[in-house]
Design a protein around this ligand. Structure first.
Ligand code: GLA
Length: 416
């Protein structure tokens, strides 16, 4: 089999409507190894891989001690990593076409995209230099957790180099290290949902995480069996979580929790938001408290196969995020409204917001028509076209030692 040019493999777009496809893990890993060799002149030791995610429901609840229901995507970030004998670190991203170079002592000071990767090496206290080559089919900054996918791909790769077994306990430790990288090195005070689902996602299922006690359980979402799917609409609007608005929401929630006398806002009683004197804090708290109830309703609708009800809950979540939590934007609102008007059972923004992606629950046979309607609605406003992903459940992060030889089509997927 002839491998496509290394650079083109991670450019996964297809058709007049831009559909971002997840690609074949085995081919992507091999193409990254080729790129690693071309860049560094030696073979990589390991390729780590970690998934992006959608969050079905439970938005801005993780840092409030609440519940959320993310699902790993089959779109993932890949990191080929080679151990060095000195203390130099070189991190090349084919996704952003940039290279960070430094020494172990510089890791904590890395900036921009490189801080996510260097931050993980810092948090794991890696004591040897590494060369890293990164590629991804998770669109960067799309609200689909490209950051956690990058962090977790690096984490499992360096752990594999160290010969550590990826036990459930170690997965949790790596997720925690990735959270520290994001809060302490990147400076984005995010809540942990993204790293946990990237490290713990049960293959094929969503993951219900309860941040009150740190527990999680698999939630099967058998959409394909009933002819449904989740269409992801990437608005193309980018807004970094490190740039202040996310942290401001978090501070407001902490202030509301403090006024209500609870350690975390999700622990307050359901209608307690009405006791807050401040109008903004009231709306922030109302979102968090009603979103908790919506997570339970969505969980129940999924178990009972009440898909229309699930759609209604998704709609209600979007309204709450747009009006009470104020983290939507015109591009997300138009994607959600148009998807619904063209047949989606329900739709909402997913992830941190202020841009990024929306999800729409659609009948499989309507997916293309819904995407075409959103595309047309953007064109009518003169906005850049959105892109689309079909959300197929992926699996948690893992690492593979791939032999140094040419990829053969019949090779098994090294990540399974
Ligand atoms: C981002 C953060 C998560 C979570 C979501 C909102 O994705 O990384 O921790 O807070 O926003 O639900």
């Amino acid at each position: 089999m002839n491998l496509p040019a290394a650079a083109s493999l991670f450019d996964m777009t297809d058709g007049a409507l831009t559909l971002v496809v997840p690609g074949d893990p085995s081919e992507l890993a091999q193409s990254l190894r080729v790129a690693f060799f071309e860049e560094y002149g030696v073979a990589a030791d390991v390729v780590g891989r970690a998934p992006g995610r959608i969050n079905l429901i439970g938005e801005h609840t993780d840092y409030n001690g609440g519940r959320c229901l993310p699902m790993a995507l089959s779109h993932a970030t890949y990191a080929a990593v080679g151990r060095r004998t000195d203390d130099r670190v070189q991190i090349r991203s084919r996704t952003v076409d940039d290279t960070w170079r430094g020494r172990l002592g510089d890791l904590g000071a890395a900036q921009g995209w490189a801080a996510y990767a260097a931050g993980v090496l810092w948090a794991l206290e890696v004591d040897h230099g590494v060369d890293v080559m990164i590629g991804s089919t998770v669109p960067v900054g799309s609200g689909l957790s490209s950051s956690a996918a990058l962090e977790c791909a690096i984490a499992v790769a360096v752990d594999a180099i160290a010969g550590r077994a990826l036990t459930d306990a170690r997965r949790l430790e790596l997720a925690t290290a990735c959270m520290r990288a994001e809060s302490d090195v990147v400076g984005a005070p995010t809540g942990g949902m993204d790293q946990l689902v990237a490290m713990l996602a049960p293959a094929g299922d969503a993951l219900l995480i309860d941040f009150h006690d740190g527990s999680s359980r698999a939630v099967p979402v058998p959409l394909a069996e009933v002819g449904l799917e989740i269409l992801v609409i990437d608005t193309g609007v980018r807004h970094a979580l490190a740039d202040g608005a996310y942290a401001a929401r978090r501070r407001e929630c902490e202030a509301a929790a403090h006024l209500l006398g609870v350690p975390a806002l999700a622990r307050a009683s359901e209608d307690s938001w009405s006791r807050l004197g401040d109008e903004v804090l009231m709306r922030r708290a109302r979102h968090v408290l009603t979103e908790g109830e919506r997570v339970d309703n969505a969980d129940q609708a999924i178990v009972e196969g009440e898909w229309a009800e699930l759609g209604t809950v998704l709609d209600a979540s979007h309204a709450s995020l747009a009006h009470d939590f104020e983290v939507s934007c015109p591009e997300l609102d138009l994607a959600v409204e148009t998807a619904r008007a063209s047949g989606a059972l329900g739709a909402r923004m997913t992830g941190g917001g202020f841009g990024g992606s929306a999800i729409a629950l659609v009948r499989e046979e309507h997916a293309t028509a819904v995407a075409a309607s959103v595309h047309a609605a953007y064109a009518a406003r003169g906005w850049s076209p959105p892109s689309f992903l079909r959300a197929r459940p992926g699996q948690a992060a893992n690492a593979a030692r791939v032999n140094v030889r040419r990829h053969r089509a019949e090779d098994a997927d090294p990540f399974t």
